[in-house]
Design a protein around this ligand. Structure first.
Ligand SMILES: NC(=O)C1=CN([C@@H]2O[C@H](COP(=O)(O)OP(=O)(O)OC[C@H]3O[C@@H](n4cnc5c(N)ncnc54)[C@H](OP(=O)(O)O)[C@@H]3O)[C@@H](O)[C@H]2O)C=CC1
Ligand SMILES: CCCCCCCCCCCCCCCC(=O)[C@@H](N)CO
Length: 332
């Protein structure tokens, strides 16, 4: 009986591997490709642009501040591998007006040809307790992190579908896989990207277009330095569970996953566990990935329960600490 079950499982796995070419996309060749990176003037976005440029791509950088854009352009151009490569800069706020964003994409396509890969990396974060966050932050983060990814994607999708090729990357966050203390506004805007990515992937897969959603942990960037200034202690302590990454490292992983057409892009062992644990109904891009999810889910849920327990105790300890220092203040 046991033997029969084992034989059945082996046959099943073999069958899966036989159909695997059907679900594994052909990698995108970066040499000569046109890659648009929003938020390409700083941090992770800039490193993604450098990584693509090093592999021979033509780059369009999109962000608001023109000086930062020019600075980044100079830095990226140091990594050229041939004298035909171009870095184009366009200044626009991706979160404001769809018409503006559509124009910018048109300009970029006129100069450097149709977009082969769009990386939506413009984004920002604010942390604080739900009742302390100014109410307009909830709108602002949705505008920048969510709509700021919808607009550029919407502007490139028709041409991608016509050409039967393309890649679109959304940069979410580990805080887009689990909601955590201090991130009521940020986490929701990053979770929204997951819904967008899944729905869009289902629509565009028959057109040979592949979507990647990346979930980086804390990454050492100018944006992160800014965020640290106002981060609640609880958020900081919980976030430290996951290690601090270098933007170059995160960028390399994202570019690799995007060119290969992987739906999920994560980094590190906690990134791997989180992605496996939260895979839900997201598409798989390889049989190995699917099998790993099936086998590890129960184990990772068990580990997750311990993490959740430790997060609760961090929050409780912070509360006690605060209460203590308040009574000291009163008696002083
Ligand atoms: N660093 C981290 O710890 C992590 C970051 N992430 C995500 O990665 C992405 C990049 O983060 P990071 O590199 O730290 O960020 P940075 O703050 O270093 O860079 C953000 C980039 O986005 C641009 N940008 C911001 N708002 C807009 C806008 N409205 N329109 C156009 N461009 C805009 C900025 O340029 P300008 O201001 O000139 O417009 C800049 O180029 C974000 O989406 C972030 O949420 C995810 C997980 C962890
Ligand atoms: C099996 C289960 C494993 C569980 C591991 C849990 C790890 C949780 C850490 C959450 C870190 C959130 C980082 C957000 C980074 C970010 O987006 C901001 N820095 C934006 O600037």
């Amino acid at each position: 009986m046991l033997l029969l079950a084992a034989a059945f499982i082996v046959a099943f796995v073999l069958l899966l591997y036989m159909v695997s070419p059907l679900i594994s996309p052909k990698p995108l060749a970066l040499p000569g490709a046109h890659v648009v990176v929003t938020g390409g003037s700083s941090g992770i976005g800039k490193c993604i642009a450098i990584e693509c440029y090093k592999q021979g791509a033509f780059i369009t950088l999109v962000a608001r501040d023109e000086n930062k854009l020019l600075q980044a352009k100079k830095e990226i151009e140091k990594h050229s591998i041939n004298d035909k490569q171009v870095v184009l800069c366009i200044s626009v706020d991706v979160s404001q007006d769809y018409g503006q964003v559509e124009n910018v994409i048109k300009q970029a396509q006129e100069k450097l040809g149709p977009v082969d890969m769009l990386v939506n990396c413009a984004g920002t974060s604010v942390s604080g307790k739900f009742e302390d966050l100014e109410i307009n932050y909830f709108e602002r983060l949705m505008n920048i992190n969510y709509l700021g990814s919808v607009y550029p994607s919407r502007a490139v999708i028709t041409t991608m579908k016509e050409r039967r090729m393309g890649r679109i990357v959304f940069v979410s966050s580990q805080a887009g896989q689990l909601g955590l203390f201090g991130f009521t506004a940020y986490s929701s805007s990053k979770f929204a990207l997951r819904g967008l990515a899944e729905a869009l992937q289902m629509e565009v897969k028959p057109y040979n277009i592949y979507i990647t959603i990346a979930y980086p942990p804390d990454t050492d960037t100018p944006g992160f330095a800014e965020e640290k200034k106002t981060k609640p202690l609880e958020t900081q302590l919980i976030s430290e569970t996951s290690s601090l990454c270098k933007p170059e490292q995160v960028a390399k992983q994202i570019v690799k996953d995007a060119t290969q057409g992987n739906f999920n892009s994560s980094i590190g062992s906690d990134g791997y566990m989180l992605s496996s644990l939260t895979c839900g109904m997201s598409p798989v891009t390889s049989i190995t990935e699917g099998l790993q999810q099936i086998v590890t889910m129960g184990l990772f849920r068990t580990i997750a329960l311990f993490y959740l327990g430790s997060f609760d105790s961090i929050i409780r300890r912070c509360m006690i600490q605060k209460a203590k220092s308040e009574t000291v203040d009163k008696t002083a």
